[in-house]
Design a protein around this ligand. Structure first.
Ligand code: NAD
Ligand code: ZN
Ligand code: ZN
Length: 341
């Protein structure tokens, strides 16, 4: 079968021919119908060899949708042909975090397809356990695949500060890309908050407005004071940083008001620094990593009702290397999705 693999440090991913895997006991073979492209793949591929955390080569892809093609010994709870998305953070299943579905924070360390295990940028993929499959019925797999990360990660971040979206509140979304454009829609569908998006260039700002931002502002040194002006001097109640560099960290502090919450989601290698006198009083900063299994089930339900919709650009598997090149250049609107067939 064909697969898109990261094989050489410092080089882009390559399309290769590898053996189709067979499911072992308890495992499920999924025929991939769609596989979302996340910016985290780009971060991982830019790590120096000595810091690369996985075995090489690494088949990419941690936002899978597919159909059940074959099951291993002992798997009885799912029928062949069932259309599914795959929950990506595979925890141990029995620690205190996994016990309530928070496998993304597994205390014994989790693995994920495309990030340690062979991923979904391939014709077939092995899923370690049937509990990681969420049926999607007749819902479009291309629209469903990015729910597993772009939407799920945004959803957990928003839920973590849900009590902050009071009447009259303002929320700043820094970075309206794959994750950010889902965050904007989730904020609009779940809360009454006013959403101000910050991104680079008019095309991306227009996209943020198109998916529901009330306002979109160029992300530069003045953006903090612009947000402050737009909120009558108070600053935002919530800031969601989907970039995660020191530059956006400073911007997040500049946008937030007294008692505000900043949630850091982006993995840009930087962070948010606050001090008692260098940040608004009682500002809270937290991080948020991926999401819970139950939350993915909730998002599939929301998407099937049409309350949120992923804006996608599709690429055949052979064009995977080009798709990652476009991602690196910031030229993908919403989410890029690889369709192997
Ligand atoms: P993306 O490339 O689709 O979107 C990034 C967006 O940020 C783009 O619209 C880009 O123009 C914008 N941007 C870049 N620099 C900016 C700046 N200085 N100010 C404002 N906007 C800026 O990426 P994505 O797939 O949405 O991922 C976003 C980040 O989230 C990445 O760092 C990724 O690794 C990380 N991520 C984290 C988790 C998690 O669990 N915390 C999960 C998935 C992705
Ligand atoms: Zn991701
Ligand atoms: Zn666990």
């Amino acid at each position: 079968m064909k697969a898109l693999q990261y094989r050489r440090f410092g080089a882009g991913p390559e399309v290769v021919e590898i053996d189709r895997p067979a499911p072992g006991p308890g495992e499920v073979l999924v025929k991939i119908t769609a596989s979302g492209i996340c910016h985290s793949d780009e971060h991982v591929m830019s790590l120096p060899a000595e810091h690369f955390p996985y075995a090489m080569p690494q088949t990419l892809g941690h936002e899978p949708a597919g159909t059940v093609a074959e099951v291993g010994a002992g798997v009885t709870r799912i029928e062949l042909g069932t259309p599914v998305v795959v929950y990506g953070p595979w925890g141990c299943g029995w620690c205190a975090m996994c016990a309530d579905g928070t496998e993304n924070l597994c205390l014994t360390g989790m693995t994920a397809p495309g990030l340690g295990s062979p991923g979904a940028m391939a014709e077939y993929m092995i899923v370690d356990d049937v509990r990681h499959l969420v049926p999607i019925g007749d819902f479009d797999p291309v629209s469903a695949a990015p729910l597993t990360d772009a939407a799920l990660t945004s959803y957990q971040a928003i839920k973590s500060v849900m009590n902050r979206f009071v009447a009259g509140s303002t929320t700043v979304v820094i970075g309206a890309g794959g994750l950010g454009h889902m965050a904007i829609q989730l904020l609009r569908a779940l809360t009454g908050t006013r959403v101000i998006a910050l991104d680079l260039g008019e095309a991306r700002l227009a996209f943020a407005r198109e998916v529901g931002a009330h306002a979109a502002v160029e992300s530069n040194r003045e953006a903090g004071s612009t947000v402050r002006e737009m909120t009558g001097g108070r600053g935002a109640d919530v800031v969601l940083d989907f970039v995660g560099t020191d530059i956006t960290g400073r911007l997040a502090v500049a946008c937030g008001g007294v008692g505000s919450s900043v949630v850091l989601i982006g993995a840009g290698g930087g962070g948010v620094t606050i001090g008692l006198t260098s940040a608004p009083l009682n500002m809270t900063v937290s991080t948020s990593f991926w999401g819970r299994r139950q939350e993915l089930i909730e998002l599939v339900a929301m998407a099937r009702r049409g309350q949120i919709s992923v804006r996608t650009t599709t690429f055949p598997l052979d064009e995977g290397p080009r798709a990652y090149e476009l991602l690196r250049r910031g030229e993908i609107r919403g989410r890029g999705v690889i369709v192997p067939a």
